[in-house]
Design a binder for this molecule. Structure first.
Ligand SMILES: NC(=O)c1ccc[n+]([C@@H]2O[C@H](COP(=O)([O-])OP(=O)(O)OC[C@H]3O[C@@H](n4cnc5c(N)ncnc54)[C@H](OP(=O)(O)O)[C@@H]3O)[C@@H](O)[C@H]2O)c1
Length: 277
C-alpha cells in the first residue's frame, strides 16, 4: 500500500511531483488530462487499489478565462474535488489537494490566516473556494494546501514570461498594487509531501518566505538576469484584465513553518530558477 496517484501530472506542480518522487524512488501512477478528465466528474475512475494517497495537481488555472468559462472551471475545480474526496473516503486513503490565495478578497493588510473567511472576487477564486468547501464536507481524510504565485522553470508562469520580456523589450510596465508571496513548485511539492507523510491533515498555507508586488518581482528577475530593460510600476487600473485580482494576498505560513521549519526565501528560489532559464 505505498503507491501515490498524481493527477494533473503535466502541469507545473505535477511535473515537480513526478521529478521528486522519481528521485526518491517512490512508486506512483501519473495521470494527465487524457488519462483522467476532471471536467467529467460523474465519470471519474481512479486506480486506487494499492494506493496510499491521491495528489491532485489538476485544476482549471486560467484566471481570466475562468470569467467566461466558470461552469467548466466549476466542474474541474469544485465538483471533481468533491468527487475525488468521496472516492478517497471510500478507499480509506487521504487526498492532498491544492487551493489558492484567490479565495480571499484581498482587502487585508496583514497575512491571511488559514481560517479567514473565504470571499473570492473572481470566477477562478469562486470555483476554488467551492472546491475547498466540497472537500471539507466530502468525509475524506484530506490535506488542503493553499499557495500563491506559483512558478517553475517550465510551464506557464509570470517568471518565465517576464524573463522573455526583459530579454526582448527595452521597457516594460508591471502592476505595483497587487502584493503576494511568489512560490517555487519545489517548495510547494516538498513541503506538501512532508506534511502528508507526517500524517498532518486539514488546511495549511505553503509558500516561499518574503513578499512583493509583481513590479518588485520583476525588478528581482531583472537583477538576477542582469537585463538592461527599464521596468516601470503601474496600477491594476492601467492594465485592465477580464478577472479582478486581490490587491493583497499574502498567506500566513506560520502553521506550516512551525512544523517544517522556515520556508526558503523567494529571492533564493528565484535566482536559482532564473539561472537556468
Ligand atoms: N499557478 C499558480 O500561480 C497557482 C497559484 C495558487 C494556487 N495554484 C494551484 O496549484 C495547483 C497546481 O497549479 P499549477 O500551477 O501546477 O497549474 P498548471 O500548470 O496550470 O497545471 C494544471 C494541470 O491541470 C490539468 N487540467 C486542466 N484541466 C483538466 C481537466 N479537465 N482534467 C484533468 N486535468 C486538467 C492541466 O492539463 P493540461 O496541461 O493538459 O492543460 C495541467 O496539467 C492548482 O490547484 C492551482 O489551482 C496555482
Amino acid at each position: 500500500m505505498s503507491r501515490l496517484v498524481v493527477l494533473g501530472s503535466s502541469g507545473q506542480l505535477g511535473t515537480m511531483f513526478l521529478d521528486l518522487l522519481q528521485g526518491r524512488g517512490e512508486e506512483f501512477i501519473a495521470m494527465d488530462q487524457a488519462d483522467c478528465d476532471l471536467s467529467r466528474p460523474d465519470h471519474l475512475m481512479l486506480p486506487l487499489r494499492g494506493a496510499r494517497a491521491v495528489i491532485n495537481c489538476a485544476a482549471f488555472t486560467a484566471v481570466d478565462a475562468a470569467e467566461a468559462e466558470e461552469d467548466l472551471a466549476h466542474k474541474i475545480n469544485a465538483e471533481a474535488v468533491g468527487k475525488l474526496g468521496a472516492l478517497c473516503r471510500t478507499a480509506g486513503i487521504p487526498l492532498l489537494h491544492f487551493s489558492t490565495d484567490y479565495v480571499f478578497d484581498g482587502t487585508a493588510s496583514t497575512p491571511y490566516a488559514i481560517d479567514h473567511p473565504r470571499a473570492p472576487i473572481g470566477a477562478y477564486g469562486r470555483t476554488k473556494a467551492s472546491g475547498e468547501d466540497l472537500l471539507e464536507t466530502s468525509g475524506a481524510e484530506y490535506l488542503l494546501v493553499r499557495t500563491s504565485w506559483v512558478y517553475a522553470a517550465w510551464g506557464q508562469n509570470f517568471v518565465r514570461t517576464m524573463v522573455k520580456l526583459l530579454r526582448e523589450k527595452s521597457e516594460v510596465r508591471v502592476v505595483d498594487d497587487q502584493r503576494g508571496r511568489p512560490t517555487h513548485v519545489r517548495t510547494l511539492a516538498e513541503r506538501s509531501l512532508a506534511l502528508l507523510d507526517r500524517g498532518e491533515r486539514g488546511t495549511f498555507h505553503v509558500t516561499d518566505e518574503g513578499e512583493c508586488t509583481w513590479y518588485g518581482l520583476s525588478l528581482a528577475i531583472k537583477e538576477a538576469l542582469g537585463a538592461s530593460c527599464q521596468v516601470h510600476p503601474c496600477t491594476t487600473a492601467e492594465f485592465p484584465r477580464p478577472a479582478r485580482r486581490p490587491g493583497y494576498s499574502v498567506l500566513d505560513i506560520s502553521k506550516s513553518e512551525s512544523i517544517l521549519g522556515p520556508a526558503p526565501h523567494y529571492l533564493q528560489r528565484l535566482r536559482e530558477t532564473v539561472g537556468v532559464l
